[in-house]
Design a protein around this ligand. Structure first.
Ligand SMILES: *[C@@H]1O[C@H](CO)[C@@H](O)[C@H](O)[C@H]1NC(C)=O
Ligand SMILES: *[C@@H]1O[C@H](CO)[C@@H](O)[C@H](O)[C@H]1NC(C)=O
Ligand SMILES: *[C@@H]1O[C@H](CO)[C@@H](O)[C@H](O)[C@H]1NC(C)=O
Ligand SMILES: *[C@@H]1O[C@H](CO)[C@@H](O)[C@H](O)[C@H]1NC(C)=O
Ligand SMILES: *[C@@H]1O[C@H](CO)[C@@H](O)[C@H](O)[C@H]1NC(C)=O
Ligand SMILES: *[C@@H]1O[C@H](CO)[C@@H](O)[C@H](O)[C@H]1NC(C)=O
Ligand SMILES: *[C@@H]1O[C@H](CO)[C@@H](O)[C@H](O)[C@H]1NC(C)=O
Ligand SMILES: *[C@@H]1O[C@H](CO)[C@@H](O)[C@H](O)[C@H]1NC(C)=O
Ligand SMILES: *[C@@H]1O[C@H](CO)[C@@H](O)[C@H](O)[C@H]1NC(C)=O
Ligand SMILES: *[C@@H]1O[C@H](CO)[C@@H](O)[C@H](O)[C@H]1NC(C)=O
Length: 820
């Protein structure tokens, strides 16, 4: 046997699949100096593949045994001054270290030679695959990175990337890099404002950052980011770090100032009226209406330029409000919608309009000089209180022009007509037609006015009766019902303002419960109910009615008591059901309120003062009871928010003496959560670890809770405090809802273990629960899934029966996490 003592060999047991779960190499030292055959590291010359970890220095690889007549070996190929063979013994060895990063594969040819140096066998292809070891730290491609982020950027949307490389084998964890933020300067809030994607190195604002970043408060941040190889999983991974300087800039996504557009524009449309800018690239701009319009006369293009698409009309709509939104290519909103305000500015594009096609005015014969006889009304749709709607009046013509052509005068700015002459005379002309010219700055319109000269108003209306006595009416009679007809007469010229009669309630009706309408033909008055009657509020009205003319009375004549009449209205009672002051009663209680607690009081009153009794309807869970006399509502049993969060029942109030007279109201009870449910495991899959354990295994646990999760529950996971459990298992927190369970050592048998775990919630006070976690230590398939023999339901069969019983195999596709 060949001895190469004094050297220490490291050799890899090889098959082409790399066993990363195995120790990468096995130390073979002194003992192996004696007999290499024992290790199966010798054999005849043939094609071979070896896998050798890089580094490590001088080492033995393999010994080829010589078959006569061969007496020596020769190696050629990519020896690179490191790989060689001892010619006489056939030992293939390394005289130095291989480096994966320099050359990952060495292709050699080995031949055996006879005494004369002639080739006996070969050449055979001997390939040495160099295995990477983690001997290169990751390196950032820049010492320092700079980035710019806008205020209010979307959380999780990257604004910059850091990148690192690792020269180790990219197919191994040696070059699997994870990024994290080590320091965050300054860090003014409880959570960081930035986050990094551990895999891609993308840096983005966190939720917190999206909300709180503000260049006015802090516009530069320095992050120290680190990169680890070995996927960040082991403590002996290599780490490098770099500085990231971040500048915070103001958001470009801002509401533009109110846009003013002149109506009836003659520009070529669409017209650019404003522009918005998203903080992000490649967004799709869109508009949506704030309120539904027949059509939205605005559009936006893909640069955020907003257009008005047609001339606007202020008289149709004097302002618009709509939203600009940005969406990504999946249609998700990118920025918060901006509200755009548009004000349409007036131009004088509307002519004056006469309020009536013909304005008729009556003038009594004896009206004096300067009397105000009526007004010509005209409107202009252009903006009020601007020169565009300022109207001016002028009399253009008067027909007939007897006894003079200028009998009337119109006030230029008010349209008020006045007499410029002495009294008019019916016998000369009873009827004048005027054309009144109404102008604004641009337009003019003519309004027709007819002036009727009428008899003087020297007669007062006289009532046929000075007292209509009593009217009796039920309070339930509807509004509009005529309760009485009254009549007065007037001796003046019929069908003029001198004889027309207006009836009004002069006394006794402060709330306008009654109204009187006049028939213009007959001057008959109809007294109607104007507002609902209520016996309880006003059982009787003592009314005084007056009768007057629209035209003033001539001097010397006055209304006297003949123009007044009286009557009484008696309102009769109608039995009404009890009344609840509110249609809905709302209450809030804690779900753990003791049975018999007062929850709320509901009170109804009866308008007639009858005694009221209460009862409940729809109390399907039998949670409540009501005191029939007082309306106090108590709990009748334990409430449970997890069954019903908003509990609705009806309260019925009825008259004690007449239960048919009843009314109903609704009571909604909002139950507040109390922590009355202990947490539980959220998984129904068994945990398993593959046997034999190799160390570093861990498996997820997840907890959940049936109580209301106000924000989110936080759970604490712990092991029961007994020696056995604590020595074998370990629990470590992942986040609020998850933890890892890991075995503390590798000496577990292949069986099911019970691990008692306590889960507690964060309620006040907290509730906890002990669960027995079944953990299978089992044989695994190559896909890392567990093979467990299906348990017999009964005891094992006797020896005789055993034949023919199939052993079922349960394959669990689990979620355990395996780490090497
Ligand atoms: C060595 O590896 C190569 C490529 O993986 C394969 O084609 C060849 O058959 C292997 N030779 C031996 C002897 O295993
Ligand atoms: C190993 O390499 C060194 C220097 O490169 C050389 O001096 C020595 O002879 C070599 N030894 C063998 C056994 O090849
Ligand atoms: C559109 O108008 C806005 C101002 O109203 C202006 O800032 C912007 O540059 C214009 N855009 C284009 C494309 O003309
Ligand atoms: C626009 O103005 C012209 C005259 O200036 C007018 O005739 C037209 O009715 C106006 N259009 C609208 C919609 O107001
Ligand atoms: C007033 O005169 C016009 C025509 O001049 C006539 O149509 C109308 O009936 C007259 N009205 C009265 C109340 O005499
Ligand atoms: C009207 O009612 C009053 C009071 O109830 C009564 O005194 C009077 O006699 C009644 N008059 C008539 C005409 O019914
Ligand atoms: C008639 O009654 C109404 C309403 O109370 C009142 O405004 C008006 O002045 C009265 N008229 C006379 C002439 O008393
Ligand atoms: C008029 O209304 C007031 C306030 O609503 C009320 O207090 C009063 O009783 C009413 N009077 C009558 C006569 O209805
Ligand atoms: C009221 O005045 C008219 C005349 O205008 C007269 O006939 C009547 O007698 C007067 N009534 C009373 C009650 O004085
Ligand atoms: C906790 O971690 C698990 C596993 O990584 C994840 O699925 C879950 O969403 C996390 N929960 C919270 C609240 O972060």
């Amino acid at each position: 046997m060949f001895k190469l003592c004094g050297l220490q060999f490291l050799l890899a047991i090889h098959s082409q699949a790399s066993l990363s779960c195995f120790p990468p190499s096995l130390s073979v030292s002194q003992a192996l100096c004696h007999n290499l055959e024992d290790l199966h590291v010798t054999g005849p010359l043939k094609d071979m593949n070896f896998s050798v970890p890089e580094g490590g220095g001088v080492r033995f690889i393999y010994q080829f045994t010589s078959e006569p007549p061969a007496v020596s070996f020769r190696v050629t190929g990519e020896k690179d001054g490191i790989i060689d063979i001892v010619p006489r013994t056939g030992i293939l060895y390394l005289n130095g270290s291989l480096d994966w990063e320099t050359k990952a594969v060495h292709r050699l040819q080995v031949e055996s030679l006879d005494e004369k140096g002639k080739v006996v066998k070969g050449p055979y292809a001997v390939t040495i695959h160099v295995e990477d070891i983690n001997d290169n730290p990751p390196e950032f491609d820049q010492k320092e990175y700079t980035g710019v982020v806008r205020q209010n950027s979307r959380p999780g949307k990257p604004f910059m990337y850091v990148h690192a490389t690792d020269r180790d084998d990219p197919t191994t964890p040696h070059a699997q890099l994870t990024y994290s933020i080590l320091h965050h300067f300054p860090n003014p809030y409880t959570e960081m404002l930035f986050q990094i994607d551990s895999v891609t190195g993308a840096i983005s604002p966190s939720k917190m950052g999206s909300y709180y970043l503000d260049p006015q408060k802090q516009d530069t941040f320095t992050l120290v980011v680190t990169v680890k190889d070995m996927a960040g999983m082991t403590t002996n991974a290599f780490t490098s770090s770099a500085d990231v300087l971040i500048t915070v800039k103001e958001s470009m996504w801002k509401v533009p100032p109110t846009i003013h557009i002149q109506e009836n524009s003659t520009q070529v449309h669409p017209v650019n009226i404003s522009q918005v800018h998203s903080n992000e690239l490649d967004v799709i701009y869109d508009l949506f209406e704030k309120e539904k319009l027949p059509r939205l006369p605005f559009s936006i293009d893909q640069n955020g330029v907003i257009y008005v698409t047609e001339p606007l009309d202020r008289e149709e709509d004097d302002s618009y409000a709509f939203f600009v939104v940005t969406k990504d290519n999946k249609g998700e909103l990118v920025d918060k919608p901006l509200q755009i305000h548009v004000v349409v500015e007036d131009i004088n594009d509307n002519p004056p309009v006469c309020q009536q096609a013909l304005t008729v005015i009556e003038v009594q014969e004896n009206e004096g000089l300067g009397s105000n006889i009526g007004t010509v009304f005209a409107t202009d749709m252009d903006e009020k209180d601007t020169l565009n709607s300022r109207l001016q009046f002028k009399i253009e013509s008067q027909v007939p022009s007897v006894p003079a052509s200028n009998l009337f005068f119109i006030q230029q700015d008010t349209g008020i007509l006045q007499l410029t002459s002495r009294s008019l005379n019916k016998r000369i002309a009873s009827n004048y037609s005027l054309k009144v010219l109404v102008t604004d700055a641009v337009f003019q319109t003519r309004c027709d006015v007819q002036i009727h000269v009428i008899d003087i108003n020297d007669q007062i209306p006289i009532f046929e009766k000075s007292d209509y006595h009593n009217v009796t009416i039920a309070e339930s009679k509807p509004v509009g019902t005529v309760i009485l007809e009254i009549q007065a007469t007037d001796g003046d010229e019929p069908a003029t303002g001198s004889s027309y009669i207006i009836y009004q309630v002069k006394e006794g009706d402060p709330n306008d419960t009654f109204i009187i309408e006049t028939d213009p033909e007959t001057n008959r008055g109809f007294v109607k109910i104007n507002k609902a009657l209520d016996f309880e509020a006003a059982p009787m009205y003592n009314l005084v009615i007056n009768a007057t003319n629209p035209e003033p009375l001539v001097p010397g004549v006055q209304y006297n008591s003949s123009s007044l009449t009286l009557f009484k209205v008696f309102v009769t009672n109608v039995d009404e059901p009890p009344v609840f002051p509110k249609t809905v009663y709302k209450g809030e209680v804690s779900e753990d309120i003791p049975v018999g607690s007062l929850v709320m009081t509901v009170e109804a009153y009866d308008p007639e003062g009858a005694v009221v009794r209460y009862s409940l309807e729809g109390d399907i869970r039998k949670w409540l009871k009501i005191d029939s006399a007082t309306g106090h509502i108590y709990t009748a049993s334990t409430l449970d928010r997890e069954q019903e969060e908003i509990y609705t029942v009806h309260v019925v109030a009825s008259e004690l003496s007449n239960t048919a007279q009843k009314s109903k109201t609704t009571l909604t009870l909002h139950l507040h959560d109390v922590n009355d449910n202990p947490p539980r495991l959220a998984m129904d899959y068994p945990l398993f670890f593959c046997h034999p354990l190799i160390g570093g295994e861990r498996a997820f646990l997840q907890a959940t809770d049936d109580d209301e999760q106000r924000y989110y529950s936080r759970f604490t996971f712990s092991l029961v405090d007994d020696m056995n459990t604590r020595n074998n298992w370990e629990i470590s927190k992942v986040n609020a809802t998850h933890a890892y369970l890991s075995p503390k050592h590798a000496n577990f048998e292949e069986k099911v273990y019970n691990v008692p775990v306590i889960i507690s919630d964060n309620g006040k006070p907290p509730l906890g629960r002990q669960v027995n976690l079944e953990v299978n230590i089992c044989k695994c398939s190559s896909e890392k899934s567990c093979f467990i023999e299906v348990q017999r339901e009964h005891s094992w069969p006797s020896t005789g029966q055993a034949i023919g019983i199939l052993i079922g195999v349960l394959l669990i596709i689990g979620r355990s996490l395996f780490l090497c």
